[in-house]
Design a protein. Structure first.
Length: 547
């Protein structure tokens, strides 16, 4: 555990390099933090005040390093109490008719959209991303709400079918909420992953206990405040905070299902514990996502796509691009245009829509990205653009970086860098490009560019990846809420969105009814005759296509 202190209030400094958004007032910050249980006695759950005991974590404004809040760290007793409270609220919530539950999210949709700028302020202060990405992130929960408001009635409706004996038996699949879902969210899209995945669980009738990343707890806390304003019963959606290994075990041991988004390494730990507890888990993990440019691609569009794919969210998108494969014939053209765009990017700390790229999330993460670049260079890679931190812009800024000559023995060649760093590669045949794209343990996202759509789709189908976008990087797949989005190989288990994005939060009860005792041999019936009749019945039903 790092950056711990025992004090709950810290003077917020006034000397600032960047003007914090006016909406992020000290009063708002205190209000949000007061939602986190901070003592084992559970006395703060009314949210009115903070006790003076318990450890805290310094949550900072990324652009300046200024401490914004001392975030309470939940103890195992706090976490257990959060589950008790959520379970009590869930018992009532699950009895609400679905239409009544959905009204809450209908109201929430409007509140979320109306407050998008304030939400973006909070996302930016805690993550350091540029405003263009922050405002995009605010749109995800309303899009998810909108999709499931429309589709939940169909997906959660009981489904009745005929049973084994025609007319005399029925069997009905009844969707029941799991209970209380533990949601563990990362820092790169704290609002989208923290709120959208929880909203779906809530629509299905569950309670939620969310563990956001310590660095980015403010925007999900704000999301819960907006949901409660829309009518979500208090207590149903709890938040606990702390370092993952401290909070994770108690959270998983109390949950009926776990929705995890984060790194592959942590996903393995979560999956093991969920497996031991015999509860389900959806694991949305890391990637090392390839982009294949085919020889008929529109290079200007592909370069524009790569600028977003590599540098969007400062390279901290799970579906972003870290490897680009180019045909020999188009390599120089793409490289020169891409390098020029990277070098001309507007990279700054600002709370307006100007900058095209913002900061990394923390100085620690900046060091990790630097380590990947240094390791690649030491092993023979060439830096075509960037490659260095920018302390003049803020504590965690790093230049848009393009590498050449990266091989799989380098950190940046095989493992996820999760920063604004990409490697360009040449290929000679499409088969070679597909083989190189698939030469990874990950399988989260891929991108294929070409003007012959049929050919590009053909290449896309050969890539072992949960998502593949043709002539786009990721938005087309991720924003399509009607189709599942998840990873294969080491990039995950299960998916969000689509029908399973909602139904995964339910158990199915098979309610079967036999109207008359007709199954089995009748009393006194010769068993050979019974078996003969039963086997004939099977044949008849097949012939008549009844079963
Ligand atoms: P991380 O795995 O370190 O942390 C994710 C969350 O898990 C955090 O809240 C963290 O506190 C918590 N955690 C860590 N150890 C834990 C443990 N032992 N038990 C319980 N919780 C624990 O990942 P990160 O660095 O915060 O996030 C970046 C990673 O997330 C990248 O690999 C990225 O690709 C991935 N990601 C994936 C998706 C997706 O949808 N596939 C989306 C966003 C991010």
């Amino acid at each position: 555990m790092s950056a711990h202190t025992t004090a709950h209030t810290t003077a917020r400094t006034t000397a600032r390099a960047t003007q914090r958004p006016a909406s992020v007032t000290d009063a708002l910050l205190d209000q949000l933090v007061a939602r986190v249980p901070s003592t084992s006695g559970g006395t703060l759950r009314d949210g009115s005040s903070l006790a003076s005991s318990g450890t805290t974590w310094k949550l900072t404004e990324v652009y300046t390093g200024e401490v914004l809040v001392e975030l309470p760290q939940s103890t195992p007793a706090d976490i257990e109490q959060a589950f008790v409270d959520a379970r009590a609220a869930q018992a009532e919530w699950s009895q609400w008719p679905l239409a009544k539950r959905l009204k809450v999210f209908n109201r929430a949709h409007a509140i979320f959209v109306d407050n998008a700028q304030k939400t973006a302020d909070l996302i930016q202060v805690e993550s350091g991303k540029n405003r263009r990405m922050a405002i995009e992130e605010t749109c995800d929960p309303p899009m998810v709400m909108s999709h499931y408001i429309k589709h939940a009635p169909r997906l959660l409706k009981p489904h009745k079918v005929g049973g084994p004996v025609p007319f005399l038996t029925t069997s009905t699949a009844i969707r029941q909420p799991k209970g209380v879902v533990g949601v563990i969210a990362p820092w790169n899209f704290p609002f989208a992953t923290g709120i959208s995945d929880a909203v779906t669980a809530l629509i299905a009738g569950n309670g939620v206990v969310l563990k956001p990343d310590n660095k980015t707890a403010l925007s999900p806390l704000w999301g819960i405040q907006m949901l409660e304003e829309a009518g979500l019963p208090k207590g149903l959606f709890q938040v606990v905070c702390g370092e993952g290994p401290d909070v994770g075990p108690t959270l998983i041991d109390n949950a009926n299902y776990v929705m995890f988004t984060g790194s592959t390494a942590t996903g393995r730990v979560i999956g093991e514990r969920a497996g031991r507890n015999l509860i389900g888990a959806c694991l949305e993990l890391g990637g090392k996502n390839p982009m294949i440019v085919l020889d008929d691609a529109d290079i200007d569009e592909a370069v524009q796509g790569a600028v977003f794919g590599v540098f969007g969210n400062t390279g901290q998108i799970c579906m972003h691009i870290e490897r680009v494969y180019l045909p020999e014939s188009r390599y120089a053209e793409f490289r020169d245009k891409f390098v020029a765009r990277a070098e001309g990017l507007d990279v700054r700390a600002s709370y307006d829509f100007g900058p095209e790229m913002g900061s990394l999330v923390s100085p620690d993460h900046r060091d990790r990205v630097q380590h990947h670049v240094d390791d690649a260079v030491a092993k023979g890679a060439t830096v075509l653009a960037g490659g260095k931190p920018r302390p003049d812009l803020g504590p965690a800024f790093f230049e848009p970086t393009i590498l050449e000559g990266v091989t799989t023995d380098m950190l940046a060649g095989a493992t996820e860098t999760f920063g604004p760093v990409v490697a360009l590669h040449r290929y000679h045949t499409v088969d070679e490009a597909v083989a190189l794209a698939n030469d990874t343990d990950y399988g989260l996202n891929a991108s294929v560019w070409g003007t012959d759509l049929e050919a590009a789709e053909g290449v896309a189908r050969r890539i072992h990846s949960g998502n593949v976008n043709v002539n786009d990087i990721l938005a087309t797949a991720f924003a399509s809420k009607g189709t599942p989005s998840g990873g294969v190989k080491q990039s995950g288990v299960g998916a969000r969105h689509g029908d399973q994005g909602l139904t995964k939060y339910t158990d199915v009860q098979n309610l079967a009814v036999l109207k008359k005792q007709v199954m089995g041999a009748r009393p006194g019936q010769n068993y050979d005759d019974y078996v003969k009749g039963m086997l004939q019945g099977l044949k008849m039903m097949r012939k008549a296509r009844i079963r």
